[in-house]
Design a protein around this ligand. Structure first.
Ligand code: DGL
Length: 274
């Protein structure tokens, strides 16, 4: 049996492409639809209630595109909407917080885990809960980093401005026993080199992208939803949609994915969500 429906993936902007890349790597035969809500990025400074409304709107849009599973490739939206979305929609909905928390709980030796995330994710305490569900003795140190997403969305992934911001955001981790830091925002793997430099070589960086992709594979496989083409050359195709300027998204997305991408005009998005 083969299920050719696409996997839907969304984020506030380009950050979720880090998750999409892992999904495409691990599940190369799957078609994907990526939605970047660039008209409303950043999510991290908004009320969680508002982010939940955005997430529901996008999930409805993706379901309209006949997706077989939705990946909330945004920590803030996962914190704000995952449980409600799982209850509301018939398709499986996968988030990024639990996989990252699990990886961190496995990695830490000092049992001090850092979480670098948006203000919304920190306020929700979702990582603390997820880590403590696995090991209540782990000390979770959470740090909000509100300047990072706007910089990355402007294409700034290195340089002095970023390094200075990171020095401030990582100070508490450096001064504590933290030995593993969760990249608690899907934009942050795009700046993992400067984050690594700021934290020093002893601290491990944990990204949930790989674990999330594994989880997607497990769900599709167990439910019999995998796409299984006869021809092994027939790999999956990706469609990209955003809610603001498609050219800007295409140029940044192409740079981060290392391939030329074409992005659907946002007018088409608003037509079909109307
Ligand atoms: N990639 C989103 C996340 O993982 C960024 C949220 C934002 O837009 O501030 O939280």
């Amino acid at each position: 049996m083969s299920d050719a429906r696409p996997i839907g993936v969304f984020d506030s902007g380009v950050g979720g492409l880090t998750v999409l890349a892992e999904i495409r790597d691990r599940l190369p035969f799957e078609h994907t639809v990526y939605f970047g809500d660039t008209a409303r990025v950043p999510y991290g400074v908004r009320q969680l209630r508002e982010v939940r409304e955005f997430a529901f709107e996008i999930i409805r849009y993706l379901i309209g595109m006949d997706v077989k599973l939705v990946v909330v490739a945004c920590n803030t939206a996962t914190a704000a909407a995952l449980k409600a979305a799982q209850t509301e929609f018939d398709v499986p909905v996968v988030g990024v917080i639990e996989p990252g928390a699990r990886a961190a709980a496995l990695e830490t030796r000092t049992r001090h885990v850092g979480v670098l995330a948006t203000q919304g994710t920190v306020t929700s305490r979702a990582y603390r809960r997820a880590v403590h569900y696995l090991d209540a003795g782990i000390e979770v140190h959470e740090q909000a980093a509100p300047d990072l997403v706007p910089l990355i969305e402007r294409g700034i992934v290195e340089g002095r401005e970023l390094d200075e911001a990171l020095q401030g955001y990582t100070r508490h981790f450096r001064e504590s026993e933290v030995d593993a830091v969760v990249l608690g925002c899907t934009h942050y793997p795009l700046i993992s080199a400067p984050i690594n430099r700021a934290l020093g070589p002893e601290v491990r960086l944990i990204s949930s992208a790989g674990q999330t992709a594994l989880e997607v594979g497990r769900i599709l496989s167990r439910r019999g939803y995998l796409r299984r083409p006869r021809d092994p050359e027939d790999t999956g195709a990706s469609t990209f949609v955003c809610s603001a300027d498609p050219d800007e998204f295409a140029s940044l997305g192409s740079r981060f994915l290392n391939e030329e991408i074409h992005v659907v005009d946002p007018a088409a998005v608003f037509d079909s969500t109307a």
